[in-house]
Design a protein around this ligand. Structure first.
Ligand code: GAL
Length: 338
């Protein structure tokens, strides 16, 4: 009797965990975390430390305290199953000059191996007191920086500024193979996006490495077999558009002309570029396009479009989204059922 009871107890405890295990990445579908809730890490950024990836993003869960803006933190060792570690920061309005409906978007975290600090960049925006009249204004156009001793937070807000003294809206992150860290930021007045190197402590944006003169946002970069690939999205807000790619032999350029990454009519399969993840395994390297399928009316229900790309020799292409399985140790992937 006692044995049966123990067996039943084990089953009751273990079954939900098994049921929640993700066996595949399903682009565009609900992506449950370890608690069974749809992952809330929109416009996110991912870093890898030892064998663990940390995914930070906009926490858009329903019922949040509207006095704060939240960044969530998830962790995973296989990129398919994500554990929710809570919110890494709950930020109160960081500047009394901000007015209207202020936003914290596209958070990105870098780990500085020298200072052993985690440094978060975020896009802070909204109206400016005395200047903006539109409640929905994106006039502030700054980056915020927050710091933590631990990957999961809590992050402490440090300050906000305009990188290289420029207006900055969508931000992206790129960490090169040598560990150097870059912030990608879109600048409306300049008509393009900057790739800028961070200072040694990552707390500042030190110098312009490249300026890509085309009005693109959602800037994402990957280095693959000697070429840098930069992807961006046209400026159509939450609505999808055909994202494009250019390549260069060095981050400083020269950059090629931009070409489509998917059939233009598909509008990037309804998603917008956010970043690339390069998974280098024992057998091969898989490059994942990480996009957001925004639902502006229900931001918490926005989906993720993660697709392993066809990449090489200056070409980068998104195959049609289908559920797929990743083997991070081997660095290879396959479609479900193949
Ligand atoms: C998009 C941008 C998002 C968000 C949205 C607001 O273009 O990529 O991060 O800012 O506009 O309309």
């Amino acid at each position: 009797m006692k044995r049966i009871f123990c067996l039943l107890l084990t089953l009751v405890c273990v079954l939900p965990v098994i049921a929640q295990k993700q066996q595949a990445i399903r682009p565009g579908e609900i992506w449950p975390d370890n608690d069974g809730h749809h992952i809330q890490a929109h416009g996110g950024g991912i870093i890898k430390l030892k064998n663990t990836w940390y995914w930070y993003g906009e926490e858009r869960r329903e019922g949040l305290d509207t006095n704060y803006r939240y960044v969530s933190c998830y962790s995973s060792t296989d990129l398919m199953n994500w554990k929710f570690n809570g919110d890494a920061i709950a930020l109160a309005k960081p500047d009394s000059m901000l007015t209207g409906r202020w936003v914290l978007e596209r958070p990105k975290v870098f780990y500085n191996a020298t200072t052993k600090k985690f440094v978060m960049y975020m896009h802070l925006d909204g109206g400016i007191k005395g200047i903006s009249h539109n409640k929905w204004a994106y006039d502030y156009a700054r980056v915020g920086v927050a710091v933590s001793n631990k990957a999961t937070g809590p992050f402490k807000f440090v300050r906000s500024f305009r990188p290289l003294e420029k207006e900055s809206r969508d931000i992206g992150q790129f960490i090169d193979d040598d560990g150097s860290a870059y912030l990608v930021f879109e600048c409306r007045p300049s008509g393009g996006f900057y790739i800028a190197k961070l200072s040694a402590d990552f707390l500042n944006v030190e110098k312009e490495v490249s300026f890509i003169h085309l009005p693109l946002e959602g800037g994402a970069i990957v280095h693959y077999k000697g070429l840098y690939y930069a992807v961006g999205s046209a400026l159509t807000g939450w609505s999808p558009n055909p994202n494009k790619v250019a390549t260069a032999p060095s981050l400083a350029g020269p950059w090629s002309a931009f070409t489509d990454i998917a059939p233009p009519a598909a509008k990037t399969y309804g998603a917008q570029s956010t970043m690339f993840i390069k998974v280098t395994g024992k057998k091969d390297t898989t490059v994942i396009f990480m996009g957001d399928k925004w639902d502006p009316a229900k931001l918490w229900d926005s989906r993720y479009l993660w697709i392993p790309v066809e990449i090489g020799d200056g070409k980068l292409w998104l195959p049609e989204p289908k559920p797929w399985i990743l083997d991070v140790r081997a660095g290879i992937w396959r479609y479900v059922g193949e």
